[in-house]
Design a protein around this ligand. Structure first.
Ligand SMILES: Cc1cc2nc3c(=O)[nH]c(=O)nc-3n(C[C@H](O)[C@H](O)[C@H](O)COP(=O)(O)OP(=O)(O)OC[C@H]3O[C@@H](n4cnc5c(N)ncnc54)[C@H](O)[C@@H]3O)c2cc1C
Length: 485
């Protein structure tokens, strides 16, 4: 079989993939894959912003200290220092690329305060920072002559033969085959393994699944962040995030009696305690009152300011029939972010030569056991740039246009994927590990996930994007539950 060759294949076109592509030298021929439309990624959904030390009222030591506190001191301190000290230069680069962060009347950056931060340090564009950043990066990468950007191009399989990575891609109902000696996995998170998640449809853990299958080290997959305030009308599976910047602007949490309760659990930090803490307080209050009804209330604030500052949140919640400027809106915690992932070093190198990972699918250790708000876009920027720097310094270009692999097995299965497995996996995860683990359910869930994987490994199923995502989700569930036993 004939494989078209590139110097670097990047799987994923979120912030990590795009920033890696534009940081690589133009001498490289780069193939970039996006399994859906280019804007369909978690990066484009980010609301709050990017945390970095951008003015004299703040310091690297404070940013590091806040991140360690949120991360339970389990953070990789060397990588954390790299993140914090190098972050500002990547924010400057975004400004150069035309990212339009909000500014104060004097022209300086308007930096927001978020939960767990001891200083205003979150650069943002209203409440749609991610869309603003991805648009600017895409505008730049799209016209780079050395980058082939394929959308709706689903990586179905990634293997390594000798020094080459072989990528099997599904695009326009066709199977396509590409090879490169260097691959960057930037495939994002795993949220879709849960019933309730803020993550978009692409977050099925594909990159982690491929890396695991090839034998790469995977770490801390059970370090999952549950965001306390997703809009929850209990009618839809899609959980729209209400950024904690809204709490930064004074929003309070109410129980089913519309009474504040955070003072009983976190008398000092109140609603601005780190996310995991607030999520746990909500579940503790549920246990105490017997009701899972909770609300976020910012109706006491200036309505015009809220509409101006959070236009996306205001209009999305309005679509569900609630006016956040006038009434408390229903919320509940849901899965939001993965701190663990493919183990990488300080330059994004995995345990497999030639294989790099960046962004949410990677584990640099900067977040410890719980990510500080707005540190993930920063991590995606800093470490994807460092991946590119490493590749720039060490990789030669490949003069071959194609690669012939004689023994590559063509997909032959015809049977459709069994129905209902994804739903079942989500149900297992929701029961076994939501905010805190239920160890009985973890044990039972693990046994069932093993059976599901055995079923999926039976030859004969048609190799489709849907099938691969199901296998990826089952593998992610397995790795999370195994870690908990
Ligand atoms: C609602 C929401 C709000 C958030 N707000 C913030 C915030 O304010 N600040 C902050 O720092 N973080 C925030 N986060 C987290 C942050 O957005 C993510 O951690 C970050 O954007 C991840 O970037 P990424 O490039 O790693 O992945 P993504 O942006 O998710 O991109 C993944 C890419 O991989 C591609 N892909 C996946 N599998 C395949 C495959 N098999 N084949 C081909 N392509 C594939 C996808 O198509 C996509 O292009 C938020 C997350 C959510 C969900």
């Amino acid at each position: 079989m004939n494989f078209k060759t590139y110097d670097v294949i990047i799987a994923g076109s979120g912030v990590a993939g795009l920033y890696a592509a534009l940081s690589l030298e133009p001498r490289f021929r780069i193939l970039m894959l996006s399994k859906r439309e280019l804007m369909t990624c978690n990066s484009a959904m980010a609301q709050g912003g990017v945390a970095a030390v951008m003015d004299g009222n703040d310091s690297f030591e404070r940013h590091i200290s806040d991140t360690l506190t949120a991360g339970g001191n389990e953070n990789n301190r060397e990588n954390l220092r790299v993140l914090v000290e190098q972050g500002p230069r990547d924010i400057e680069k975004l400004l150069e690329l035309g990212v339009n962060f909000d500014r104060k009347p004097d022209g300086s950056l308007s930096l927001a305060l978020e939960g767990g931060h001891s200083a205003n340090r979150v650069a943002h564009y209203r409440d749609s920072t991610g869309e603003q950043i991805v648009t600017a990066l895409l505008d730049y990468v799209r016209v780079l002559p050395n980058v082939t950007l394929l959308e709706n191009a689903h990586l179905l399989n990634l293997t390594k033969q000798d020094e080459n990575f072989l990528a099997h891609v599904h695009r326009n109902s066709e199977h396509e085959y590409y090879a490169a000696k260097t691959v960057i996995l930037a495939t994002g998170g795993i949220g879709r393994v849960y019933e309730f998640t803020t993550n978009g449809v692409t977050s099925t853990g594909d990159g982690i699944y491929f890396a695991h299958k090839m034998g790469a080290k995977i770490r801390d997959l059970s370090y999952i962040q549950f965001h306390p305030t997703a809009f929850a009308d209990r009618k839809s599976r899609e959980c729209f995030l209400i950024s904690e910047v809204v709490r930064g602007e004074g929003a309070v949490l109410l129980n089913h009696k519309k009474e504040r309760f955070m003072q009983n659990y976190e008398p000092e930090r109140l609603e601005l305690a780190p996310r995991d803490v607030v999520s746990k307080c909500i579940l503790a209050e549920q246990e105490k009152t017997g009701s899972d009804e909770f609300f976020l209330d910012v109706s006491h604030a200036d309505g015009d300011f809220i509409k101006e500052r959070f236009p996306l949140i205001y209009s999305r919640i309005k679509e569900f029939g609630f006016d956040i400027t006038k009434e408390p809106v229903p919320i509940y915690p849901c899965q939001h972010y993965l701190m663990g992932g493919i183990e990488v070093d300080d330059y994004g190198q995995t345990s497999i030569e030639g294989l790099y990972a960046a962004g949410e699918c990677s584990h640099t250790g900067v977040h410890g056991n719980n990510r500080l708000a707005s540190n993930s876009l920063l991590e995606a920027l800093v470490f994807s740039r460092r991946v590119a720097e490493k590749i720039n310094a060490t990789i030669e270009i490949n003069s071959e246009e194609t690669l012939e692999i004689s023994n590559f097995p063509k997909p032959s299965g015809q049977a459709p994927k069994p129905e209902g497995l994804r739903r079942e996996i989500r149900g297992i995860m929701q029961n076994a590990y939501f905010v805190t683990p239920d160890y009985e359910a973890v044990k039972a869930g693990l046994a069932r996930i093993n059976e599901i994987i055995t079923t999926l490994e039976t030859d004969g199923f048609e190799l489709t994007p849907e099938f691969v995502e199901t296998k990826a989700l089952a593998t992610i569930a397995l790795l999370i539950l195994k870690e908990l036993t």
